[in-house]
Each structure stands twice: as C-alpha cells, then as structure tokens.
Write a protein that binds this ligand. Sequence first.
Ligand SMILES: *Cc1c(COP(=O)(O)O)cnc(C)c1O
Length: 444
Amino acid sequence: MSTLLGLECHLCHTRFPADALFVCDRCFGPLEPVYDYDRARATLTRDALAGRPKNLWRYRELLPITDAPRTGLHSGFTPLVKADHLAHRLGVRELYVKDDSVNHPTLSYKDRVVSVAATRAMELGFTVFGCASTGNLANSVSAHAARLGLSCYVFIPDDLEPAKVLGSQVYDPQVVAIRGTYDDVNRLCTQVADKHHWGFANINLRSYYAEGAKTVGFEIAEQLGWRFPQHVVSPVAGGTLLPRIARGFRECRYLGLAEGEIPKIYAAQADGCAPVVRALHDGLDHPDPVRPATIAKSIAIGNPADGFQVLETVRETGGWGATATDPEILDGIQLLAETEGIFTEPAGGTTVAATRRLIEEGRIARDESIVICITGNGYKTSELMLDRMAQPVHLSRALRDFDAWLEERESARCEVRAPRAVSGTRDRGKVSSKTSPEALFPKA
Ligand SMILES: *Cc1c(COP(=O)(O)O)cnc(C)c1O
C-alpha cells in the first residue's frame, strides 16, 4: 500500500526506480521521490492526522518508504514555541521557534532525515550505514544504526567540538576523522559508497534522506492550526533543509491540508561560510564554493550539494539571506537562551542573528508572522560560551554568609539603579521589558 512511485530528476524530470540513486545520469540533477498523490490525499487528512502518534511518521504517505518505519518512532513533532520575549527584543509582533534542539534521540534536526534514510537503507538491503558529517549527522546516524543493529561508519573533519565527536563515539560506530574540510570528507565518502556499496545517509541515500526534512514544513503548518506563517528563517549548510521546508508547505497545500500563500523563506549562514547568501546578494545562479572559517562548524559547508535548490527556493518564495559574524552568533545563542530558555548551538545562534539583521534591514516586516528554525542543541558546543558566562558565586554553607552576600549585592544594585528604580530589570545591564523595540534597535 505504498504511495512511493519512484524517483524523478529535479531538473529534467527523467524517471528512475526507487533505488539508491541520487543523481540523474542524463543531466546530473538531484533526484527526488514521486508519490501517488491521489492515494495520499485519500488517507492523509486533517482528521486522520489528529489521531496519529506525534512523530514524523504521521506524514508517512509523503515519506519515501515502502514498508513499516524501522526507527524514528520518537523523532520529529518537536515544539513550535511562541517566542514572545524574543519577539519583543527583536521588535516584532508574532514569532515562533521551531525547536529541533530537543529532537529525539540526538538533539538536532538530523534525527528527521536519518529516520527516513535508515529505514530506507534497511528496505534496500544495506548492512553498512554511514555518512559524511559536520557532527550532528554523525551523532544521529550512529544512534539509529545502533538501534537497528547496522554496522556503522561515520566520517567527520578532524577539528570538530569534543562533545560532538563523543556524541557519536558513545554508540560505538567506527568514527573516521579526516584531515580536511567537510567538503573533502564528502568527496571521499562518495568514492567509498560507490566502491564498497555502503548506504550513506546523505550521499547515495540522499534522495530519501532529504524527504525527512519536509516534515519541518508539515509540522509548522499543522502546529499553527493548518496555517502558514508569512516568513521562515532557516540555516543552510548542505542545503537539504531549506528547500524541503518549502516542499513540505507546497505538498500540504496540494493535498488540501492548508491553504494560502507559501511563506517567504530566508537563508541564514555564518559570515565565515556563506556561499549561498553571497550568491543571493550577488545575483549568481550557483553558489561559488568557499573555504569555511567559522565557529558554526555544523553549518560549515563550503560547497553545498543542494545550493542551487536553496537559491531557487529563496527566489521563488520572495525571501532573502543574511549572515552573522562569530561574535553575533554567540550573541544570538545568548539572546535565545535568556529570552526563551532554549540553549542552541552556533547554527541556531546564526539563525537568530540573521533574523535580527533581516528585521533591521526591513526585509522582514515587524508586524508579520515569523518562524525561525532552531536546528541544534547548545549542550554539544557549550565550551564556546564559557568565556561569556557570569561566574558562580562561591560561598560557605552558612546561611549568614549567603545573607551577607545577598545584602551586599542588593545594595550594590540599588546604587546603580537608584535614579531610575525600574522594576522587572535584570542584571548585567539588560534592558527593561518595558523598553520599546525602537529604543533597542533604532531604525537609523
Ligand atoms: C545539518 C545542520 C543544518 C542544516 O543542514 P542542511 O545540510 O542545509 O540541511 C542546520 N543546523 C544544524 C545544527 C545542522 O546540524
């Protein structure tokens, strides 16, 4: 009862069988699954969805597997958080955070794409599962392979954050650390996949992997009550996620689940690795590859596989792109944490900072609805924030010491604040929640 009909070239529309194929042998375009949409429409209804488990397989009719899901039974359907405090600080009216920093089981958006790729790898008979990764993908591939009992090889650049590497090692895959950039790792993995016939989530299984990312679009629409926001900001690394969010929205509309205009979609990249945003700003048809130099390692891909599709989607929807410097990325992490209680990694800090820039530049209107995609978890890269943290106060266990310290602190605060006596103001020179957005970010 599968709806999966086969694969089709995104560019020349040649049809292929649903095998481990990822590039068109006629025009080298990327391949994407095609479905029997009439059949999907019959069962994938709002009513049916209301009764399904809250994981990404609830949209199963539009996911490229032929049998039952094997993994990812708790992946996806992450919170869509109404972010009123962050909205206030950015000076906008309606803002949501799509929070994949708490995705199951490895705390990033990659658990979606890997659930689909791993299930399809099993269906296609692969016994070795692997990936080329900047960290999060390796974590997710390792965890899903462990559950499925698949042999696992994950390839990473050899300069990743220690917690990101450990987040793979603990599941006992073979970690292969390559002296080189992600783009070097990817090139090697393409050769390994071909020579050894292993299933690589983001290489020869890429057509299936990418479909997992559509569920971000489905979920945003469903969680808003089958409505689209007006703007969506997504980080871009290899370029899987951003175009699939749009594909998800379009499929929702095609199946009659939601109606209305497709949101404008914006690309967020680090200043030190922004091939896609530069191409948008310079009006190029294809991104020019760059050599990454940024703390945002999980999105440091200098030659994005789906860069063309990102440009196409941003342009078709009327979006734009913005970058963030390393200090702005750390500010973005801090801002999201202190306003919404969400601790993200540099990819998320990049998205927050780029959103701020797009708002300040007037690209995103302040009175329209915005969703920002937070794709990774800050506990994996916490050492980056160490220098910026206020130190804990060290005291004895005696109450009188605590009280003495508290009294001293309060009198110090009174001296600083005396002339204004504003309530609701927090420490470290932060602004009052009563301050107007214009005061914070003057429109100069
Ligand atoms: C992989 C990743 C992305 C986006 O990657 P794409 O290849 O563009 O889909 C964004 N954020 C984090 C944290 C990631 O790990």
